[in-house]
Design a binder for this molecule. Sequence first.
Ligand code: SAH
Length: 465
Amino acid sequence: MLLTITTTHRPATELGYLLRKNPERAQHAELSMGRAHLFYPEATEERCTVAVLVEVDPVALVRGSGPGGGQFDQYVNDRPYVASSFLSSAIAEFFGTAMSGTSKERPELAETPIPLRAEIPVLPARGGERFLKELFKPLGYEVTVERLPLDDQFPEWGESPYYRLVLEGEVKLQDLLKHLYVLIPVLDDRKHYYIGRAEVDKLLLRGGAWLATHPLREEISRRYLKRDRTLTREALDRLSEIDGLVEPEEQEAAGDAQEEAVERPISLHDQRLLTVLDVLKASGAKRVLDLGCGEGKLLKLLMNEKQFEEIVGMDVSITPLEKAKLRLRLERQPERKASRMKLIHGSLVYRDRRLQGYDAVAIVEVIEHLDPSRLASMERAVFEFARPGRVIVTTPNREYNALFETMEPGKLRHPDHRFEWTRAEFESWSREVADRHGYAVEFQPIGPVSEQFGAPSQMAVFQAI
Ligand code: SAH
């Protein structure tokens, strides 16, 4: 099986620095079920191509007792030819460092999108051409797919289940490698390794932010983890922490499987929402606003509490509002319950009369999505103009990122975060806001507290004085 990666970034031979593999020298590695070779078929200023060739020993696959051995019952199988999880093993073997984004000689180039072209001449693709495109297009590639005939010489035999795939785009090399590493096994039915918890870690490590925001993240995780329900659930929970997103249907499914839900440790985001709910309940508030309500997870919790007589969710973006509408199923609720709830479109950085006169306002995991230059407008719109009795703000605690194993140092938890604050930064901002507008403020950690880094999330509760 073969993979080639080509760049036309000038000078193209810089590819060697990024991959930490000298274009002058071929390299070889022993894998559990065969050998992998790396070489550069071309290396000029204008164009440089690296090739990874994996030779699988089909006999070892049938007979072997080591990892991957004994799982195929026929000597004649497709493994030597088609791209599969073996290719991912070779990518990890040769390009582990490049994939982690570190380059001693070219650190800046490693962080720069460059023109790249990857070609896999034979790839099995469960889900076919459409699925291939749905996998790679959201990641920013031009995707060319060609279905291969069973045999060139006998076209009447028809098509084979294999495809030639070409991806072209301006992306960071580390991202291309991660995309291939995760998605090649997703396209194939058979993985040559045991699927355990370690695979969830690998998926999160290589998937991280791009997977968390991929429209097919659920299907990708499920297939990557060989449809193991518990592991898939765990992966999706952890991805949703990165993304702050869980599809309404997934939540329903979790709700149905009650036993599973009880055993499953509660996710950080659920903890956050329940903490905010508790504070709102304890405050005695009757009319509440959820600013940046997203897909309405907090709204749903609020709706089930009789204490709240009027609940308004506002978001600047239409897509999550539509999801919130689905999640809340307002049309199926009794009129009395549904009439307490309203969804509005608007931005919390602008003064808005609709926001005046509420007992309490929740702003959960929203401020870090605002450009720092807009914070002052948000502050005035909320604390001066809307002026509710209480304001509850939550935001990630950057210090805690050091404890997320799958996070690369210096990165933020979500691609749309404009900043993440330390506890000291959040507290000092909150105290200034409180002083300027006549509020008292108290802080509470959310999630497990580490002595050194604090909790993963932090909350400020402002009370008008
Ligand atoms: N509070 C929700 C969603 C958090 S994600 C929850 O905890 O589940 C952040 C949300 O803030 C997104 O839905 C985004 O659309 C919204 N947002 C970002 N900027 C905003 C603004 N200026 N006004 C209102 N909402 C905003």
